[in-house]
Design a binder for this molecule. Structure first.
Ligand code: GLU
Length: 391
């Protein structure tokens, strides 16, 4: 279903913006066209300060914020004196290497002024597609956020190969939102949302305030405007929306051409919302329960089976036997008295699981030689009450 603006007042936008205000985890993607002045090639520092104020407000409300920031190439190209126009891949990689330092420093200075620790995270497409690397990146983000740092993420353009790079931070931001189980992703852009046609060319173009199902009509609307400076257009934003809502995350496309752009959304400035039908946790659990074929089996004792029933994590101490060959992050069945009682993403590969089965979590370091997580399956990665049947 698609809802158009003529049905929506400012107060209704404000109501929808609660998603932004109430998200425990929020991802904010900032496009190059906002961060870097297209004429001078310099950072729009005064504007960035106002966004940083909004980020500080969100963290002071207890929200965890991840920033996905473009702008490395745009900043670096000026510094290297590269001519305007399209860059060759090697030139944009060189520009990114130069620009990323400056970009990270600007974020660091500006967020630290507001008492926030800043972490730079550079990801490649492989980091988000390869299971093991995905899990590592996810764990690092979780740790950074629990330590109250703000991760500032960009694609690692310097090493990303042409065929296997995002090239646009819209889709990268959506994968980050999925990876972090964020509830809300805001794409700050130089356009205030999705239109039925390109508003620059078609005076009859109508603004789309809300999308709850991304169908072919929405794809057709998206073949619209791109800015001269960043890489993303409306097509990549809709592709990002597909990823985000599929992961249970609401996505908002909003204009960043205002001071305090997040506060503006909260106050009811118009923007386009893409709404998911489930929460990130529910989506993740559906995925665990439904789409994956378990690669192994952990047989558990009575105490562990009861603990899982109470919504607890599975600890190595309750595991009686390990079967199958699996890697970290693979799906395994949890079996009690011959029946599958749960399914989950295991935190250890099978050879390690065998070593720690039946042992206390405090022994993990001595057994494996590194400090691993206490749970063999964390409760967020577990789906309990599978249909009872022989496993
Ligand atoms: N990673 C690119 C940069 O930092 C931006 C990609 C985009 O424009 O979305 O310059």
């Amino acid at each position: 279903m698609v809802t158009c603006l003529r049905f929506m007042r400012q107060s209704e936008f404000r109501t929808r913006a609660r998603r932004l205000k109430e998200a425990k985890r929020l991802v904010v993607k900032v496009g190059s066209a906002l961060l870097v002045d297209g004429r001078t090639g310099r950072l729009n520092r005064a504007w960035l300060e106002t966004l940083a104020d909004d980020i500080a407000t969100a963290t002071s409300r207890g929200q965890q914020v991840i920033v996905v920031s473009s702008g490395a190439i745009a900043l670096g190209r000026r510094h290297l004196g590269l001519e305007p126009g399209k860059l060759r891949l090697d030139e944009s990689q060189a520009a990114a290497a130069v620009g990323q330092i400056r970009l990270a420093r600007a974020w660091q200075e500006i967020l630290e002024d507001r008492g926030l620790a800043v972490a730079q995270v550079l990801l490649t497409l492989e980091d988000t597609e390869d299971r093991r690397r995905y899990l590592n990146a996810r764990a690092t983000l979780n740790t950074l956020l629990s330590l109250r740092a703000v991760p500032v993420i960009n694609e690692n353009d310097t090493v990303a190969t042409a065929e296997i790079r995002y090239g646009d931070n819209d889709r990268l931001a959506a994968r980050v939102a999925q990876m972090a189980s964020a509830e809300c992703l805001v794409l700050l852009s130089d356009i205030d949302g999705l239109y039925t046609a390109d508003p620059a060319k078609d005076p009859k173009a109508e603004f789309i305030a809300e999308v709850s199902e991304i169908d072919a009509r929405i794809d057709a609307m998206a073949s619209g405007p791109t800015s001269g400076i960043g890489s993303g257009g409306m097509t990549t934003k809709v592709a990002a929306a597909r990823i985000a809502v599929g992961a249970g995350c609401s996505l908002c496309i909003a204009s960043g051409h205002r001071q305090h752009p997040l506060a503006a959304i909260e106050q009811g400035e118009r923007c386009s919302w893409f709404l998911p039908s489930a929460t990130p946790l529910a989506t993740r659990k559906q995925w665990i329960a439904g789409t994956l074929k378990p690669l192994g089996r952990l047989t558990v004792d009575k105490g562990a089976a009861a603990a899982l029933g109470r919504g607890k994590s599975l600890l190595p101490a309750g595991v009686l036997a390990v079967a199958g060959t699996f890697g970290r992050g693979d799906t395994v069945s949890v079996v009690y008295e011959g029946a599958e009682i749960a399914r989950g993403l295991v935190a250890y590969q099978s050879t390690e699981a065998e070593l720690i089965a039946g042992r206390r979590s405090s022994d993990i370091e001595a057994l494996l030689g590194y400090v691993g997580r206490d749970e063999i399956i964390h409760r967020d990665d577990l789906v309990v009450n599978m249909q009872r049947g022989r496993a």
